[in-house]
Design a protein around this ligand. Structure first.
Ligand SMILES: CC(C)(COP(=O)(O)OP(=O)(O)OC[C@H]1O[C@@H](n2cnc3c(N)ncnc32)[C@H](O)[C@@H]1OP(=O)(O)O)[C@@H](O)C(=O)NCCC(=O)NCCS
Length: 275
């Protein structure tokens, strides 16, 4: 590690390490593409949970380089790959002629790094706020749910209907970040002393930062304050993340509806939380 440079490994929990053998005559181009300010680093910077890259070299014997890419968490890295797969593969193709061989050494969690990860996730979500949704949020809400296969799809008229009924029959809340505006929302309906969660969505780019949990906590507290005795919801059986969020938030499976969803087909699991 070069003197005077920040030692990311001491601060950040997740590191991806690759080893490269560089083609003769391509050393300078390789360092330019793979260094801390190179093409790869610029691509990774599209995600705010990328923390930096170190490039290290072993000049004894055949020229070998290691890149160390620092991320706030394994999950953040995985999410980046999912959302930028095409750009990643394009750049990989462009860099093919620079190297003879490349090998993923491994993906490492820094021992004791968990608190840094948790703090980063919390602080991203923590900089935003939750507020009641209004009819002016409808276009953004529709744009968010249209991007996510597992979210419920509603027409504009359905959204308008919810706000037209006034706040007595429903609870609608948005999560708002100073960086990206509305990052997610939920809509729930109150019927007697029961509350049904009808939609919960967090922008794909904003997921895994604690917004979902904050929205559910807000739903629980508002439903309780409005006299509800329980919250019900249904979710695709294949929506692993959503189910994990609900289970962590005190919901338990109360039933199943076979082949309830289409496009793609799926069972619905019913969840319930007593308040
Ligand atoms: C489900 C959804 C709302 C979760 O929102 P989120 O902001 O990503 O959730 P959080 O960051 O608060 O995470 C809460 C929990 O969800 C689960 N989770 C979230 N992201 C995850 C990931 N990438 N991998 C695994 N679990 C994940 C975890 O259990 C997490 O708890 P943890 O942080 O203690 O590990 C979001 O993924 C979403 O909008 N999905 C598409 C729409 C949808 O399925 N809605 C539910 C319809 S019923």
């Amino acid at each position: 590690m070069k003197p005077g440079k920040k030692n990311h490994a001491l601060e950040f929990p997740f590191i991806v390490v690759w080893e490269f053998r560089v083609r003769s005559g391509r050393r300078r181009a390789f360092e330019k593409a793979y260094g801390p300010e190179g093409d790869w680093a610029r691509l990774f910077r599209r995600d705010q949970e990328y923390l930096g890259t170190e490039l290290i070299v072993n000049e004894e014997g055949p020229l070998r380089y290691l890149t160390l890419d620092f991320w706030t968490s394994r999950r953040a890295h995985r999410r980046f790959l999912k959302h930028h797969q095409a750009a990643y593969e394009r750049l990989n193709g462009q860099c093919e002629l620079l190297t003879l061989k490349e090998k993923l050494i491994g993906e490492f969690d820094h021992l004791g790094g968990k608190p840094a990860c948790a703090q980063t996730r919390k602080s991203h979500a923590g900089t935003g706020k939750l507020r009641p949704a209004t009819a002016s949020d409808i276009p953004r809400m529709m744009a968010l749910e249209r991007n996510l296969v597992s979210a419920a799809r509603w027409s504009e008229a359905t959204y308008r209907g919810i706000f037209a009924q006034g706040s007595r029959a429903s609870i609608a809340c948005v999560a708002e970040s100073p960086v990206c505006g509305v990052a997610g929302f939920f809509i729930a309906r109150l019927t007697g002393d029961e509350c049904d969660l009808e939609n919960l969505v967090v922008d794909a780019e904003q997921q895994s930062r604690g917004w979902g949990k904050r929205l559910i906590d807000e739903l629980v507290s508002q439903a309780r304050a409005r006299g509800a005795k329980c919250i019900n919801l249904e979710v695709r059986e294949s929506s692993r993340w959503a189910r994990s969020l609900y289970e962590k938030s005190g919901f338990a499976v109360s039933g199943r509806r076979r082949s309830y969803y289409r496009n793609p087909p799926d069972d619905a699991l019913l969840y319930r939380r007593e308040l």
